[in-house]
Design a protein around this ligand. Structure first.
Ligand SMILES: Cc1cc2nc3c(=O)[nH]c(=O)nc-3n(C[C@H](O)[C@H](O)[C@H](O)COP(=O)(O)OP(=O)(O)OC[C@H]3O[C@@H](n4cnc5c(N)ncnc54)[C@H](O)[C@@H]3O)c2cc1C
Length: 423
């Protein structure tokens, strides 16, 4: 056993990091600024929780490995489990991918329910405590952080063998490093100017689908995702990038949905009973801090959005945080952990950046052209749809799309029909 670990931030990444460390450390203390709700309520420190949150199959697998039984607990609390292709409608390039069950489970629930269910499971771990209502101020000298109560509890220094920063997109690690006299970690940044507007509707609105994705395509900057929530509700998130701003007023919200490539979203908005108003979110840029290339103080690990805040439209954040926590369970040596985390971030980062660079409307070239051809062929070919969705689910690496059988299928489709029948 290795003394005590301190986890900064009690959201999804922090909770999963604590679960990962529980078998190795005597005690783990999670420090969180918010007073955490008893159940699945929205909270100030996680404002993104009012917007669509997809849990990718690979992320669900990782969380299940860290907290066995979590999928059943989520279902018991009202989450819905389904097949990521068989129970979803994927509208890409204005066409719908061929559906069939591919044996990859995804779960749909509000982010608040996902977080609350993970939190309840982590609270059951006997060596984990959650100290909420406290701000992390920074590093004290040596392996210790200074925290201060937000409700008159005063300040104290928490010594730790390992400090895990899971304070999200607003992590102050760059400033803390500077205060300790360290060099800044290199960072990759992609300006994307994502704007969301999300509204909840009631009604039986999605048919047999748990999730409906209407992606933007080259030259188009608008998209939407709809997901079933617990309690018979549907969350509709409209998104825009690079200057597109989905309006929050009811008429503007409906009109924006009318301009999407497929009518699904507009129909749900027209037929559903709205619950509350639309809520906006602005996400200017996505950022990857290269802590694998930095000198951190000894015993410091950075995980979740604090390490890499992905473009939210690809639904990768919670899943990558869970995969990182899986890695942390295997090896908590900071240097090796950050190197491993950088490797596992490569695929989701490359997928997102590749798709976002295709935004200028120019005909795609190279791998992007192949992915486009594959998506179009996957409208009729369920094997190709499966191959594509396995990659976006983070189950297979992007290199899986380079398999010879995929190239052969795509080539066969380019031949004239008479040749195809004899092939
Ligand atoms: C609009 C939007 C949509 C998204 N959609 C998806 C999606 O579809 N699928 C998906 O997987 N991911 C999605 N994400 C990402 C996902 O929300 C995060 O990856 C996930 O919540 C894990 O984040 P985290 O725990 O690292 O950080 P956060 O969830 O941001 O939590 C950080 C925590 O640290 C606390 N904190 C911060 N600073 C301090 C401090 N100084 N002292 C004490 N506590 C502090 C905060 O209160 C908070 O609880 C989305 C993100 C956004 C912004």
């Amino acid at each position: 056993m290795k003394h005590n670990a301190v986890v900064l931030g009690g959201s999804v990444a922090g909770l999963l990091a604590a679960a990962a460390l529980a078998p190795r450390y005597d005690t783990i203390e999670i420090i969180e600024r918010d007073i955490l709700p008893a159940g699945p309520q929205a909270r100030r420190g996680a404002p993104q929780g009012r917007h669509v949150h997809a849990m990718l199959p690979r992320g669900l697998q990782a969380i299940e490995g860290l907290l066995p039984g979590i999928t059943e607990r989520l279902e018991a609390a009202g989450g819905m489990r389904g097949d990521v292709l068989g129970n979803a409608r994927w509208h890409l390039n204005g066409r719908t991918l061929r559906r069939r069950d591919i044996g990859l489970a995804a779960i749909t629930a509000s982010r608040a329910l996902i977080e609350a269910t993970i939190r309840a499971a982590v609270r059951e771990l006997p060596n984990v405590t959650i100290t909420d209502g406290h701000d992390i101020v920074g590093f004290a000298t040596g392996r210790a952080v200074r925290i201060t109560g937000r409700h008159g509890q005063g300040s104290r220094v928490v010594p730790a063998t390992l400090v895990v920063d899971a304070t999200g997109r607003g992590s102050r690690m760059p400033q803390w490093l500077a205060a300790l006299g360290g060099a800044a970690a290199p960072r990759d940044e992609v300006l994307i100017d994502v704007r969301y507007a999300s509204r909840v509707f009631e009604g039986d609105l999605l048919g047999d689908a748990l999730v409906v994705v209407t992606a933007r395509y080259p030259g188009q900057r608008r998209s939407s995702v709809m997901q079933r929530l617990e309690g018979g509700r549907v969350l509709v998130t409209l998104a825009g990038v690079h200057g597109e701003r989905p309006p929050g007023d009811p008429a503007g919200f409906a009109a924006y949905a009318d301009t999407l490539a497929v009518a699904d979203t507009a129909k749900v908005i027209a037929e559903g009973r709205p619950v509350g108003d639309a809520v906006p979110f602005h996400f200017p840029a996505y950022v990857r801090h290269r802590y694998d290339q930095a000198e951190l103080p000894p015993g410091v690990v950075v995980i979740g959005d604090a390490a890499c805040a992905f473009n939210p439209v690809y639904g990768q954040g919670m899943s990558v945080a869970a995969m990182s926590a899986e890695l942390l369970r295997e090896d908590d040596d900071p240097r090796r952990f950050h190197a491993g985390q950088a490797r596992l971030q490569d695929a989701p980062w490359t997928l997102a950046v590749g798709a976002d660079l295709a935004l200028d409307g120019a005909p795609p070239t190279g791998p992007a052209a192949m992915v486009r051809a594959l998506q179009l062929a996957a409208v009729e070919d369920a094997d190709l749809a499966e191959a594509f969705i396995r990659v976006t689910s983070l189950v297979d690496p992007p290199s899986a799309l380079g398999a010879p059988w995929i190239a052969q299928r795509l080539q066969a489709r380019q031949r004239p029909p008479e040749e195809q029948t004899t092939a």
